[in-house]
Design a protein around this ligand. Structure first.
Ligand code: CP
Ligand code: NVA
Length: 298
């Protein structure tokens, strides 16, 4: 694997299979066999945005791998008072063995990774959320037995969110069919012309033959001032019972969480047996442990 995981472009198809294999093994053996590739290592977790799943799964994951997690609130660091990213990267590289970062600017994370001599994992930027999508792909593999061109996913709502962008890269990586149903054109250029990623602005048409529905919040962190516009724009793209009527009979529901019942998803869908969002959330822990072992472990 490459030194850093900033987007799914950093992962090959073979890397993905290795992540699935190790994550599944760590999941099966959790709490049983000791596996401590981060023993003696300290991993910095820099957060500039709120988090429940990402913070907890990384802190727990580092600990379970034998390492020491350091939670760093970016607003309390000197980088928040004008110290450069380059200087921060070089200083942290002298103390830590890896950095996990959640922040606004994706370009800032690229600069951090370039200037750091230690691995950097993107835990969400305005543009990408690769760790989430790795967990989603593992969840699909668990339910369907595979993640390939036989899987059809439809993503609804904010087709340019960090989740939607990352799903486009995931479709390119795995060959799964991805339909993005959104009012505005998604960033299809990320697919590099791959024919398995399409935009369908009609939400009912997009649901035809779907195996997995996926949605994300309509107001991502950092976009709060656009709330009124977004609520109106995305309203026709709620994932609800009506869409399941045109999908495959066994279709499932995915959501990165946190969810807003009555906005991007109906309570009926989110709280139904079709919803596998908590398996998906759990898999964050297992895939991130696999990725940290591969990038930062001995
Ligand atoms: N899905 C996700 O990243 O959740 P948090 O914002 O709670 O970390
Ligand atoms: N698109 C959402 C994802 C949250 C996990 C956000 O950036 O807020």
């Amino acid at each position: 694997m490459k030194k850093d995981l900033l987007t799914l472009r950093d992962i090959t198809f073979d890397d993905l299979q290795s992540i699935f294999e190790l994550a599944s093994k760590l999941k099966r053996e959790r709490g049983k066999a000791a596996y401590t590739p981060l023993a003696g290592k300290s991993i910095g977790l820099i957060f500039a945005k709120s988090s429940t799943r990402t913070r907890v799964s990384f802190e727990v994951g580092v600990g379970e791998l034998g390492g020491r997690p350091l939670y760093l609130d970016q607003s309390k660091m000197q980088v928040g008072r004008g110290e450069t990213i380059a200087d921060t990267a070089q200083v942290l590289s002298r103390y830590l063995h890896g950095i996990v970062i959640r922040t606004f600017s994706h370009a800032g994370v690229e600069e951090l990774a370039q200037m750091a001599s230690i691995p950097v994992i993107n835990a969400l930027t305005d543009d990408f959320h690769p760790c989430q999508i790795l967990a989603d792909l593992l969840t699909i593999k668990e339910y369907s037995g595979r993640v390939d061109k036989s899987i059809r996913m439809a993503f609804y709502g904010d087709g340019r969110s960090n989740i939607a962008n990352s799903l486009v890269l995931a479709a390119k990586l795995t060959g799964m069919e991805l339909v993005i149903s959104s009012p505005e054109k998604p960033n299809l250029e990320l697919a590099g012309g791959a024919a398995n990623v399409i935009w369908q602005s009609d939400p009912v048409k997009a649901a035809e033959g779907v195996d997995y529905f996926y949605t994300d919040v309509w107001v991502s962190m950092g976009f709060e001032e656009e709330r009124a516009r977004r609520m109106k724009l995305f309203a026709p793209y709620q994932v609800n019972e009506r869409l399941f009527e045109v999908a495959k009979p066994e279709a499932k529901f995915l959501h990165c969480l946190p969810a807003h019942r009555g906005e991007e998803v109906s309570a009926g869908v989110l709280d139904s047996a079709r919803s596998i969002v908590f398996d998906e959330a759990e898999n964050r822990l297992h895939v991130q442990k696999a990725v940290m072992s591969m990038l930062m472990g001995d």
